[in-house]
Ligand binder design. Structure first.
Ligand SMILES: [Mn+2]
Length: 308
């Protein structure tokens, strides 16, 4: 399959690269990493990374393009495979769509689906693919891809990190990356985010079943001047690596009254529970959106059933 992906890239003059809504460093690093890889190896091609701008400052602002380019562009979507989660659905107007993803989901729009659920990051998938293609890696492509691998692996901590993760990282490091600078750019917190984490640490409850639960009302993001995404994704792991806790879940109320739900687990897969409520993700890290606080109690029961 990766030979076909390379062939489609070689045949295209214009390439648009998309990722999921509410991007993280893996989504963005995969986009920029792939863009730079293509440009460094085929300088004549026009490559654009698309989607809303975001708070991640270690990468440049997103590109902007006219609606007219999609009818003749190659579409590549990274780190997501379901169309309702793709940022900027104009990619659906491209004649050929490649999806490169490492989540558990199937794809409902790919013409070519390169699915690698055993890889910790989409950026790892792209790194290893480009290595097999014999592509040259510049520092700029390696930097973007490294952000993705570091972020989705929790700095090489999460389950699923394996020899292949280090193989990809090792290759990227050989371009001369400054790892300290990268960590500095990713993990220097603002004071209000530190305070928010302190608040969250004092708030979550641990149920007898071994499920830890944090409930964030909609006022919290205003109190701490952070985004909804920061509350939802940024706080779930304050409950990680805690003795006696097997599964932890973070509920965040949105302005519309829905509940963003982030699930994490030490050993037992939880993506089936996320799927049951219309979400998805990885085996041990998944998410969904619930209609109300009542539904949260239902979901907690589903998690507790796994532990009995
Ligand atoms: Mn990812």
């Amino acid at each position: 399959m990766i030979d076909t992906i390379k062939k489609w890239i070689e045949e295209a003059d214009t390439i648009v690269i998309h990722r999921h809504k509410d991007p993280d460093y893996d989504a963005l690093g995969s986009q920029w990493g792939l863009k730079y890889l293509i440009q460094d190896n085929y300088p004549e091609k026009n490559v654009y990374v698309l989607g809303k701008n975001n708070q991640f400052k270690a990468l440049p602002p997103m590109d902007e393009v006219d609606d007219s380019i999609f009818s003749h562009a190659l579409g590549i979507v990274v780190d997501v495979s379901q169309k309702h989660r793709v940022d900027d659905d104009r990619v659906l107007n491209t004649p050929k769509k490649i999806v490169i993803d490492h989540h558990q989901n199937s794809s409902d729009f790919a013409d070519l689906f390169y699915h690698q659920p055993d890889k910790i990051a989409a950026a790892e998938v792209i790194t290893l693919m480009a290595l097999e293609w014999g592509f040259t890696f510049s520092t700029r492509s390696a930097h973007a891809l490294m952000l993705g691998i570091i972020s989705d692996s929790g700095r090489f901590l999460y389950k699923g990190v394996n020899a292949s993760t280090f193989e990809a990282a090792s290759h990227l490091m050989k371009t001369g990356l400054d790892l300290n600078e990268i960590y500095e750019s990713m993990y220097t917190d603002s004071l209000n985010y530190k305070r928010l984490r302190g608040y969250a640490l004092s708030q979550f409850e641990v149920l007898d079943s071994g499920v830890a639960v944090l409930r964030n009302e909609k006022t919290i993001k205003k109190d701490y001047d952070v985004s909804e995404f920061t509350v939802s994704r940024g706080l779930v792991n304050v409950m990680s690596q805690l003795k006696g806790v097997e599964i932890w879940v973070n509920f965040t109320e949105t302005d519309a009254g829905e509940i963003l739900t982030e699930l994490r687990s030490r050993e037992l897969p939880v993506n089936d529970v996320a799927s049951k409520y219309g979400g998805g993700g990885h085996l041990l890290a998944a998410g969904c959106t619930l209609a109300s606080w009542d539904a949260c109690d239902q979901l907690i029961k589903d998690l507790e059933r796994k532990l009995t």
